[in-house]
Design a protein. Structure first.
Length: 719
């Protein structure tokens, strides 16, 4: 008997299985899209009837008419785009690099008009929302498609049926019928509400099909859990193994912090005279007392007071005494005291974080008591880096650093959104962690929209700054070339004027368009040298004949320069006659008339001014030079805070020219500053660099707490 290895069904027919999946995707998606268009058509009628603005009413009626008339064409384009995404992305592992350039969620950014920006933001928002809600199913599809293709990994963005692919297909399907922006945005909302939720059933069917064919039939999405299983409905992010490694690292960090706390504080006897429920009841009473301060949050009050962390801890003991109806303050056990100390240190360190604006610190300090309750009820808050309450605190702090100024001002009302999130926690938190998961999703969705807008505005500012920098460098190069050839020479005023104005502009244009290796650039330099050569020829020179033969080329090239830079015709003609007069006098051995002293001096000052305005011509002092060198190696995106509380970011800089582009927290350009200018402002205390830390707030705070406790323990042991 011959020993034969039985292969799984999918290995015997990879292409057949891939084609079967493609047919399911195309057929079900097309049928669902036809139904969506019918529903959207009817909904447009209802919505148009409730619209009072005349132009909006006309737009909606026009959109309804186009959808009705071009229904089949819209469906064909939608299905064709999905098919092309599938064929392109699924055919080979190399093709799985994705369709990022063509979908709304792609990383490529380009300059767009305001309408395109609005459309981009809307599509990206609904795409990200769907990816978040369907992340567990998408993760399973990634694992199975990787096995089907023989790849080590298939990123979510490379799947052929992601929400991004559907958003791109939708945008392309509506493109030929030229709907108004308002109509498109409304249809996108309907697509988000009615169509994308159906992807859950499609993903489940494809996963089920691949599972039945033997592709990872035992695959399970393992969430890293500890004592609590209350996050079973929260999808995992990232790889399972990576999540486990991070959680293990922070569990060890928490254990080390606990050991240091034990060294610094004597152990308390057990058992404690209270239950966990009574402790939570005490914290809840304390939270209700602090809710009286919500009014100041709702009113958007300025200069909010910081929550007194130590006073809260003392109040907690007092409330526990009342709950227990005890005559004296109860003695907390070791574990609870460590938790109280750790949560208190977390918020105290946060309030001393230089990166956070003061108003953000005050707002987040309101969260001390709710987070104390979480820490009592669930140790996963500290031990699991994906805990929703922990992630929410991280993203709130990060948003405060990026989008909020010290005075509470912020672009796109980010600070108001932060205040609303904190207010809802104070008002709605009832020991259910689902509230934090919901708020985390809402706040992340809001911030993603802000990021998209700011990124596009920053890209515009950067491209403009790069263009200005290239222009500045080109001017510097041209001025240097002309100065090298004319230094130590007293030029006639017409020649000097020609070189400083129209010809400088022409050379800058040629350098930017063609580069310094082009024939046009070399001809421009040759004209400068030939003009100077003509000034050295007298009527008795043998070179006069050659000069006269060459002069028509000079005249033609000069005229070309006048026309290309748009130099005024009358002024060009007068300047050309003045130059001709200079060379005619030299050819007749006549002494050149002394130029007008005032005019000549003015032209000399113009030349000096051009050179002086260019960067790098003055040497900074030693301290300034040291700071400038540090600035040139910092990362893009470094924040600076001004004396008046404003925060601006370095979006781009040229290390060679030492020019730095600054944008505000909304991504709008505020100006270009030289390195020397920034250094002088820093030395004078008018600006300060905000030293950033890439780690999230809770993570870097826990590490700082351990470091400080370790130092205290060593000092305590030494004494």
């Amino acid at each position: 008997m011959t020993d034969q290895t039985v292969l799984p069904a999918w290995q015997e027919g990879r292409e057949k299985l891939a084609a079967e999946i493609r047919n399911i995707v195309i057929d079900e998606s097309g049928a669902a899209f036809r139904d969506f268009l019918h529903r959207a058509h009817d909904r447009l009628i209802e919505f148009a009837g409730n619209t009072c603005a005349g132009h909006e009413l006309a737009d909606l009626h026009r959109a309804r008419s186009r959808i009705s008339t071009d229904h089949n064409q819209i469906v064909r384009i939608f299905v064709r785009r999905l098919g092309s995404c599938y064929d392109r992305q699924l055919s080979t592992a190399k093709a799985m690099a994705g369709d990022a350039a063509g979908r709304p969620g792609g990383a490529t950014l380009s300059l767009v008009e305001d309408e395109e920006l609005e459309e981009h933001v809307a599509l990206s928002s609904i795409q990200k929302k769907a990816e978040t809600e369907l992340s567990s199913l998408l993760w399973a599809l990634c694992q199975r498609f990787a096995l089907l293709q023989g790849s080590d990994e298939v990123p979510v963005g490379s799947l052929p049926m992601t929400p991004a692919s559907y958003c791109a297909a939708l945008q392309e399907a509506f493109s030929p019928i030229h709907l108004s922006l308002a109509s498109r945005l409304y249809l996108y909302k309907l697509f988000d509400r009615w169509y994308l939720p159906q992807l859950k059933g499609l993903y489940e069917r494809i996963n089920g099909l691949m599972k039945n064919r033997g592709l990872l039939p035992d695959l399970r999405l393992q969430l890293q859990k500890r004592a609590s299983d209350r996050y079973s409905d929260i999808p995992s992010r990232g790889s399972v193994e990576g999540s486990r490694q991070v959680d293990d690292r922070y569990e060890q960090l928490l254990n080390d912090i606990g050991e240091q706390q034990g060294r610094l504080h004597s152990e308390r006897p057990a058992p404690s005279p209270y239950s966990v429920g009574q402790l939570l009841q005490s914290a809840d009473q304390l939270l209700h007392l602090n809710r009286a301060r919500i009014d100041s949050l709702v009113a958007g009050a300025e200069n909010l007071p910081l929550q007194d962390i130590r006073a809260d801890n003392e109040q907690l003991k007092f409330r526990l005494q009342q709950v227990l109806d005890a005559e004296t303050l109860p003695q907390l056990n070791t574990g609870d005291m460590k938790t109280i100390d750790l949560v208190g240190m977390l918020f105290e360190y946060m309030l001393n974080d230089d990166q956070l604006p003061d108003c953000v610190k005050a707002t987040l300090s309101f969260l001390h008591t709710p987070y104390l309750k979480i820490a009592f009820a669930d140790t996963d808050f500290f031990r699991q880096h994906q805990h929703p309450a922990r992630q929410l605190l991280n993203v709130l702090a990060d948003a405060g650093v990026r989008w909020v100024a010290n005075d509470g001002s912020s672009e796109f009302k980010v600070y108001q959104q932060m205040q609303e999130t904190v207010r809802r926690i104070l008002q709605e938190f009832d020991n259910e962690v689902k509230l934090f998961a919901s708020l985390l999703m809402e706040f992340n969705s809001y911030i993603r929209k802000v990021e998209l807008r700011v990124q596009l505005m920053e890209r515009r500012a950067m491209e403009k700054a790069r263009g200005e920098d290239r222009l500045r460098e080109a001017k510097r190069r041209v001025n240097t070339e002309i100065l090298q050839r004319t230094r130590e020479r007293k030029l006639p005023s017409p020649i000097l004027l020609f070189l400083l104005q129209p010809w400088t502009d022409y050379m800058v244009f040629v350098l930017l368009r063609s580069g310094d290796q082009s024939e046009s650039w070399h001809q421009a330099l040759s004209l400068v040298e030939d003009l100077l050569w003509g000034l050295d020829i007298t009527g008795e020179s043998d070179e006069l004949v050659r000069w006269r033969q060459h002069y028509p080329w000079l005249e033609a090239t000069m005229q070309k320069g006048f026309e290309l830079v748009g130099y005024d015709r009358g002024r060009a003609a007068r300047l050309k006659l003045a130059i001709d007069k200079v060379y005619n006098q030299l050819a007749r051995n006549l002494v050149l008339k002394e130029p007008n002293a005032e005019l000549h001096q003015k032209l000399v000052r113009l030349a000096e001014h051009r050179m002086r305005d260019l960067p790098g011509d003055t040497l900074p002092e030693a301290r300034e030079q040291e700071l400038v060198e540090q600035l040139c190696i910092m990362d893009f995106g470094t924040w600076f805070e001004f004396a008046d509380g404003r925060r601006e970011k370095v979006a781009w800089f040229n290390a060679s020219s030492r020019q730095f582009l600054f944008v505000d927290q909304g991504g709008k350009r505020t100006g270009i500053r030289s390195g020397e200018e920034i250094a002088r402002a820093v030395i004078a205390g008018q600006m300060r660099m905000i030293v950033s830390n890439a780690k999230p707030l809770v993570e870097r705070t826990l590490e700082s707490i351990y470091s400080d406790l370790n130092d205290q323990a060593r000092s305590h042991a030494g004494t």
